[in-house]
Write a protein that binds this ligand. Sequence first.
Ligand code: CU
Length: 344
Amino acid sequence: MQILPLLFVSLISVFSSLSLVSAHGYLAQLIINGKAYPGNVPGATPTSSVIRQVSDISPVKGATNPDLNCGLSAQFAADVADANPGDAFQFDWRGGDDQNWPHNTGPMLTYMTSCGSSSCTTYNSSTSKWFKIQQVARISSGGPWAQEAVMEGFPANVTLPSKLAPGNYLIRHEILGLQGAVSVGGAEFYPACSQLKVGGSQTGGPTDDELVLLPGAYSDTDPGIYDPNVYDPSASYTFPGPPVAAFAGGDASGTSVSGDASASVSAAGSSSTGATGTGSSSSSSSPSNAQSVCKLQRKTTSLTSDDNSDSSLFITNSKTRTHKRRHTILSGLFRDLALVYRGS
Ligand SMILES: [Cu+2]
């Protein structure tokens, strides 16, 4: 008879700590072709990094907020990561206090901008023109958002466009937290900028009409930012901002749940083995787009030694994080709690 109140009390404390500590988050690490570039904890004394440090794990609020550019009070970073066209990028987002990323509702979008002829280490991107190279929403009509995999502890996968011309670039990976998007102004923006030097001898780049300012490309009333149907799994989703640049694979529809990048992901639950669809492109003609998504699958067969055993979603090719699997029973709980707290 004593155990129930105790359990209740501990649940309450889990709830409150979650709402305070890990309701938001930041880009903790960028991994390029398996090589990890750690970021700095928001607000901590910075060490050398390629990721521009932000001041807080809180989201950017408001589509015209200047911090939409690279995150809250983003600072120049000291380092630059070498990369090449076609490289596999993994964006490893975490909640505060090194918890898992707390949200599972809303798209993820990736932009780039040129820093010009000099290194990005001191490049002010506030008036820079950005182009979109990738975006992903729900992994299939009626399926979960790709962001759910990030909540499960996996990085978001993006492929650098295979035709990208060499040069100095910022790459801006953005998670949109739409858990509050049923109200105007409820969207949470989480942009993160990393500094690159891209090699190779390709010649691809955006056209002028594919370039946007950030802020500038979004409005608080855009259908993909203020979205009364965000919790309707069958509702179509309209990505905010420009289409994916044509040289990066383009964006056939730009508005459907399975537009561009997500078209290459197998439908959740469509495979009984969890083994098909990975890395295969069904409807995208672009190699970069074909790989530029979280490769989500719903595992429907029995789980074995993997301690991710309570988790219904996983990514087969992204097991680079060593600490991501310490949540076994907890991840289901976290997911449920985050759903309860999705308004936060
Ligand atoms: Cu949050």
